[in-house]
Design a protein around this ligand. Structure first.
Ligand SMILES: Cc1cc2nc3c(=O)[nH]c(=O)nc-3n(C[C@H](O)[C@H](O)[C@H](O)COP(=O)(O)OP(=O)(O)OC[C@H]3O[C@@H](n4cnc5c(N)ncnc54)[C@H](O)[C@@H]3O)c2cc1C
Length: 389
């Protein structure tokens, strides 16, 4: 691969698309473009795709099937979860069928990348993009490869470098990020935890929520929050350990940012942002695998159009944002509205809400919500419950 890279430098040859980041969004965009016969180069800063893992790996089972993702990567099937208030009231949401799957996230990234490479994309690991420059007839990615600076050229660049990278900001300085939440997660040995548990309230995760997800003989414990999450995670782990639900071992804590909303515009001349880099996440839960894959499809469709038309202008690429916001926009807006409501709820308010949900049978209505697409179900739920209150 490095021969290919040196050759490109010497001859000044340009590829059709450089994808920065080999997470799910980048790998999927690369695969879709390679399938169409374009020359695609993926740059991944880590030596191994998929590491370190900073994700619980929960994806809606409908989406998993519909996107044709590999069933062998599924580690657990989920049909319910128990929600806890700050003072320990709880309700259980359950469905008769599997609603979500928990997957091996590192393997998912590697599988998606393998598919891209099998379709003809080139993958270079250990290649960190530092900047993207746009000139009249091409985009140039300045990267470090094996400690050496290199300049790589392409007609178009897809930035899929995730939420932690500053590249999206550098690549599209005019774009306004929708803000961030902070997440932390660790693995522990599972001893007594039998079902997925979700914890709400300012003592568990201010402005967010915390979770414990059993997966085989392990348990993924984590949270997203407006505040720095380390201390909250420590408290949660101690509580679960005291209950005999888990035994922490020396698994390390991973910390990462979660976009709280879309970054717009998600395009500029010769450039598209995709996945977490564009804030393509479910704003209710912070989950971004599915929305990133859908964003990647829209990016590949737009890139195909741009390469055929020879139009890489910002005005031409604006169709990308129209395409992905048509799919995800309503969901993201409803999620952001819910977060605003959550921000003003005190723990006392939450106790009242839990009492109401338990008494009014709202848990049954909540269990009918789709795992990934919440807005329609939530609005219907409000319409059904408000008149009776
Ligand atoms: C604790 C936690 C739990 C989560 N749980 C879930 C969940 O259960 N379900 C769900 O749907 N979502 C979950 N998410 C969110 C999910 O992980 C992200 O939405 C998803 O990873 C976004 O994919 P992506 O491809 O856009 O970015 P990423 O997965 O972040 O991939 C970006 C890639 O780009 C590479 N990169 C970064 N900068 C550069 C650079 N300069 N040059 C080259 N390469 C670079 C990175 O190494 C990485 O491989 C969770 C997030 C966290 C933090």
């Amino acid at each position: 691969m490095s021969d290919w890279r040196r050759e490109q430098q010497v001859t000044g040859e340009s590829v059709d698309v450089i994808v920065i980041g080999a997470g799910p969004s980048g790998a999927h965009a690369a695969r879709e473009m390679a399938r169409l016969g374009y020359q695609v180069l993926i740059l991944e800063e880590h030596a191994r795709v998929g590491l370190p893992v900073h994700c619980t790996g929960v994806v809606g089972s409908d989406a998993w099937r519909q996107l044709g993702l590999n069933p062998d990567l599924v580690q657990a099937e989920l049909s319910g979860a128990r929600f806890f208030s700050p003072r320990g009231q709880s309700f259980f949401i359950s469905a008769p069928e599997t609603r979500a799957v928990v997957v091996d996230r590192g393997e998912l990234d590697r599988w998606l990348c393998r598919r891209a490479v099998e379709s003809g994309a080139a993958l270079v690991t250990g290649a960190r993009a530092r900047a993207v420059r746009v000139s009249e007839d091409r985009a140039v990615v300045e990267a470090d490869l094996e400690g050496e600076p290199v300049s790589l050229r392409a007609s178009l660049v897809i930035v899929a470098a995730g939420a932690n990278s500053s590249l999206a900001r550098k690549a599209a300085p005019a774009a306004a990020a929708g803000g961030f939440l902070y997440a932390a997660q660790m693995d522990a040995q599972r001893t007594g935890l039998e079902e997925v548990e979700v914890y709400m309230g300012g003592t568990a995760a201010p402005g967010g929520y915390a979770w414990a997800v059993p997966v085989e003989d392990r348990c993924r414990v984590g949270l997203i929050s407006r505040a720095l999450p380390g201390g909250f995670l420590k408290k949660l782990v101690s509580r679960l350990e005291a209950r005999g639900a888990i035994v922490p071992d020396d698994a390390r804590v991973v910390r990462h940012r979660i976009p709280a909303g879309p970054r717009t515009p998600s395009f500029s001349e010769r450039m598209l942002l995709v996945g977490d880099a564009a804030g393509q996440v479910k704003t209710t839960t912070g989950g971004g695998i599915l929305f990133g894959l859908l964003g990647a499809q829209a990016a590949a469709e737009t890139a195909d159009w741009a390469l055929r038309a020879g139009d890489f202008s910002a005005a031409g690429l604006a169709r990308y944002e129209q395409m992905w916001t048509a799919k995800l926009g309503t969901e993201q807006r409803v999620g952001q509205l819910l977060r605003k409501v959550q921000a003003v709820l005190t723990d006392e308010d939450l106790e009242l809400l839990f009492t109401l949900i338990r008494r009014a049978g709202i848990a049954t209505l909540l269990s009918r919500l789709h795992f990934d697409w919440h807005s329609f179900g939530l609005l219907r739920l409000l319409a059904q419950t408000l008149p009776g209150l």
